[in-house]
Ligand binder design. Structure first.
Ligand SMILES: C[S@@+](CC[C@H](N)C(=O)[O-])C[C@H]1O[C@@H](n2cnc3c(N)ncnc32)[C@H](O)[C@@H]1O
Length: 146
């Protein structure tokens, strides 16, 4: 998923679904800075400890529903959605820079295709399937509500 973002080191990145922060740390190393959000307090706490322990200091870690993105820190050069939903939540499109890349597992949860999208002048263009995968569901307002 990270490879699909084509990071060069200068990007402002949004990660939705921090988990324990492993992918967050990789994104932080490969970009300028990362905004990462997860909706479970215990995971955010654990990720905060893991990132601090490893000296990662270019991550803004947030607790909350990221299914609608984090508009207050937008626009982003790259967005990675680390949970599955059948479509890209519409608010994320407007938070992506023109030419920016977005990677998301597209599917019902448990049986996905990780898809790379690119923001164009007219919207979001599906580029390619990166890999089959099995992800947890994206919850929240623009995700699965139950
Ligand atoms: C597969 S895990 C992420 C793993 C993590 N990126 C890593 O590599 O270690 C998916 C995460 O998405 C989070 N998640 C699901 N729906 C979310 C939402 N609406 N907003 C924020 N996080 C969400 C879950 O709590 C879970 O931690």
């Amino acid at each position: 998923m990270i490879e699909g973002l084509g990071l060069t080191g200068d990007e402002h990145v949004l990660e939705i679904g921090t988990g324990v922060g492993f992918q967050t740390a990789l994104l932080a190393r490969l970009s300028h800075d990362v905004v990462s959000i997860d909706m479970w307090p215990d995971l955010v706490q654990q990720a905060r400890r893991n990132l601090a322990r490893n000296g990662v200091d270019n991550v803004e870690l947030l607790l909350g529903d990221g299914s609608g993105g984090v508009p207050e820190h937008a626009p982003y050069d790259a967005v990675v959605v680390s949970a599955a939903f059948p479509e890209v939540p519409p608010p994320l499109i407007g938070q992506l820079e023109h030419g920016g890349r977005l990677v998301q597992p597209i599917g019902p949860g448990g049986r996905e295709e990780v898809v790379l999208f690119r923001r164009t002048t007219t919207g979001l263009e599906r580029q390619e399937v990166l890999t089959p995968a099995s992800f947890v569901r994206l919850r929240g307002r623009y995700g699965f509500t139950s």
